[in-house]
Design a protein around this ligand. Structure first.
Ligand code: MN
Length: 721
């Protein structure tokens, strides 16, 4: 018979009827109909768009759905596969998908779109590992990753249509990021195909050489391999072990990867490219097969691995051994495992999901024959397989796209210190994704982009220790606070003491060595700075220290400090109050009862161990029970630095969205709200309390004015003690 004259046809495309036939094997008719509906929507949305190969775009999502249907993925995943490019490339929105196919499908499509927007290009090779961990950590639903892998697989299968440059880029990205993800999820088939395709894309010549050798090897050793297989099968049968023996050939990339780096460019001779997979019923038989095989061929010492007793990190299980070969075969690898282990090696986390769902057994029996018959009720187990492969880490981006790995619960403070201690020490504000001025204690989530803002006037705060989790951040904060405290206490101590010494027409600098020595002995300090520090910390009152310089005054009741309040005071004390700049840190603190801000009339007292506590002039707490000796007249520096906490109360009419409006008003004038609380019980009006930061009284007045302009706002006032 002569061959009929048929022109060369292009490779048969995977069509919608193929998808329906494939899914009909395990989905209900309703689900298949739903898939068809999704196909129509996608085809219409992509209408007119072409793949680079010149074929209509819809064949790409169809093929992706086909890859996933062969993995027996559930209906939402397959629908999402059909729609996976519509948000990015067509007029269809996430909301439209949600209303037509449900929120689950919409989330899946959205998840894939987000991954697509992550730009992996030009990233250092060293970061690839972090990338693949991060993708897994940030994707809560593992189906998104499977979608992405299937998408990438089809793109790699059709990579020949791409330009050389993007072919290389895509190949590298696949090799460094996506193939390892597939391997980590232990989807062996997927990982291997991705590897091989990207190896070919990246090094076409090297790939071709190895491939050719593999074919030659097979031709050359074909008979020998058949003999060995028969011998193994015979021995197992003799021992009454039911087993399936399969020959496999190592992949081109697996062989290439094993080469030392500097040999990779040259021409290599690959001899040992074969192995046998032996699949048995249970674990017990695995070890019996091992014994049988070792009695038949001598094992190569040092090559036995028991991954059954000690599984790999990705839960892969198998026995590995290597046998001496003969007649030109120097060695043969043998992998011995159960059918379950084989299924896991090929389908990884997909089967594992089934194990967890408890419905695995019935399905597993059919895993081997994937296109075989299968009852229709496929459980959507995947939705329940939460991805916690890296439960203790979060991965976030710097604005430049570098990845920072942090422990779970880490905040912007940890992030800043992780980059550089200076960044942490000067941390002023943070932007998380698009959220400007997120609170510093916000816990970061994988995939977020974190931008930190520094300011010279700011410094680490004691409260950071309440939420910073990394050792690096915590030790820097502690160290800073300690050093700061000492240093600032010393400077403050000098200022307080100077002010005191003015009574005697003295100053710290003018003190003679004798006078210094006297004080050091009296108070038991080795150096003068330590004494000043103690004064600054409030452990010694300046006026008591000063008195020791004037022994003759000690017996007469010295005019106490509070005499400065009285105009009849005989004391030559200067009227100049101590200047507060707001940058003194821990040795000058602002009282929480009245929350003084620059512009307020202030007073302070010296508190042991805490330095100066500043109150407003009319604060009740201030005037109540303070010893007059510890009172200090204070004033603000002309340009105090920083922003200061203030509490305000806003009384509003009870209408919808009032809180939002008020917050927006504050946000619009650049106010950072630290805390909000509102009074739940009330009639027509209710009150909301805000803690916020302002620069000074004038800034506060501006805020209050802006709020009063709101219709819903009835009254605004500053809260003081
Ligand atoms: Mn795609």
């Amino acid at each position: 018979m002569t061959k009929p004259d048929i022109p060369d046809l292009p490779e048969p495309r995977f069509q919608i009827n193929d998808l329906c036939a494939l899914t009909d094997l395990y989905l209900t008719p309703e689900e298949v109909a739903e898939l068809y509906r999704a196909y129509l929507v996608s085809a219409e949305a992509h209408d007119g768009q072409m793949r680079r190969s010149g074929e209509p775009y819809i064949f790409h999502p169809l093929s992706v759905a086909g890859i996933l249907a062969r993995l027996r993925m559930d209906t939402p995943t397959l629908i999402a596969a059909l729609l996976h490019d519509v948000i990015e490339d067509t007029h269809i929105t996430k909301e439209q998908i949600a209303s037509t196919f449900g929120a689950q499908v919409a989330d899946l499509v959205d998840g894939v779109s987000k991954l697509r927007n992550m730009n992996f290009a030009n990233k250092a090779e060293a970061q690839a590992a972090s990338f693949h961990k991060m993708i897994m950590a940030m994707t809560r639903d593992i189906r998104v990753i499977l979608l992405k892998l299937a998408d990438r697989l089809h793109n790699m299968r059709t990579i020949k249509h791409m330009k050389a440059e993007s072919r290389r880029r895509k190949s590298r990205e696949t090799l460094e990021i996506y193939a390892p993800i597939a391997a980590r999820l232990c989807i062996g088939n997927l990982a291997e195909e991705l590897e091989d395709l990207s190896f070919a894309g990246l090094y076409p010549w090297r790939h071709r050489i190895i491939k050719k050798q593999l074919e030659e090897n097979l031709r050359k050793h074909h008979e020998l391999l058949n003999k060995i297989q028969a011998a193994v099968e015979h021995r197992l049968a003799q021992q009454g072990i039911a087993a399936k023996v399969e020959l496999y050939q190592k992949s081109a990339y697996a062989l290439y990867k094993k080469l030392p780096r500097k040999q990779r460019g040259g021409k290599q001779l690959f001899k040992d490219t074969f192995g046998f997979r032996i699949i048995v019923a249970d674990v017990d038989h695995c070890y019996r097969v091992l014994g049988a095989v070792h009695s038949l061929y001598k094992p190569k010492p040092g090559n036995f691995k028991d991954y059954i007793a000690i599984p790999r990190a990705n839960h892969y299980q198998s026995l590995h051994t290597r046998l001496f070969g003969y007649k030109g075969l120097s060695s043969i690898d043998v992998r011995i495992r159960t059918q379950d282990m084989q299924n896991f090696a090929e389908y990884g986390i997909i089967v594992q999901g089934l194990y967890r769902s408890g419905k695995a057994q019935a399905w597993l029996g059919k895993m081997n024959d994937l296109l075989g018959e299968n009852p229709g009720d496929f459980v959507d187990f995947m939705a329940n397989v939460k991805l916690d492969l890296f439960p203790d880490e979060v991965y976030v981006f710097t604005p430049k796209g570098d990845i920072i790995e942090l422990p779970k619960g880490a905040t912007a403070v940890d992030f800043a210190y992780a980059i550089h201690s200076d960044l942490g020490n000067k941390l002023n504000a943070v932007k998380i994704d698009d959220q400007m001025m997120a609170p510093l204690n916000t816990q970061l989530r994988s995939g977020q982009t974190i931008e930190v803002f520094t300011a010279n006037w700011t410094s680490p705060k004691p409260e950071w220790l309440d939420f910073a989790v990394t050792a690096k951040a915590r030790s820097h904060i502690r160290q800073f606070l300690k050093g700061l405290n000492q240093e600032q206490a010393m400077r403050l101590g000098q200022r307080i003491f100077d002010r005191e010494l003015e009574r005697y027409n003295l100053s710290v600098d003018k003190l003679s060595d004798v006078q210094r020595q006297l004080l050091l002995e009296k108070f038991g300090f080795a150096d003068f700075n330590a004494l000043l520090t103690d004064i600054g910390l409030g452990n010694h009152l300046a006026y008591l220290v000063a008195r020791h310089l004037q022994p003759e005054l000690q017996d007469t009741p010295l005019a106490p400090l509070n005499t400065q309040l009285s105009s009849s005071s005989p004391s030559p004390l200067s009227n100049a109050p101590l200047v507060i700049k707001g940058t003194e840190g821990m040795v000058v603190s602002l009282a929480k009862c009245c929350r003084p801000i620059p512009g307020d009339a202030i007073k302070g007292y010296v508190s042991p161990g805490r330095g100066i506590v500043v109150h407003t002039h009319n604060c009740k707490n201030m005037n109540a029970h303070r010893s007059p000796n510890s009172l200090l007249e204070l004033t603000w520096a002309e340009l105090p630095a920083g922003e200061f906490l203030v509490d305000i109360r806003v009384e509003v009419s009870n209408s919808k969205g009032v809180l939002g409006k008020v917050s927006t008003t504050l946000g619009n004038i650049g106010i950072n709200i630290e805390a909000v609380s509102s009074d739940p019980h009330s009639g027509a009006n209710s009150s909301i309390d805000f803690s916020m930061r302002v620069r000074d009284r004038r800034h506060l007045a501006q805020v209050l004015r802006a709020l009063r302009q709101q219709v819903a706002v009835k009254r605004v006032m500053r809260k003081t003690a």
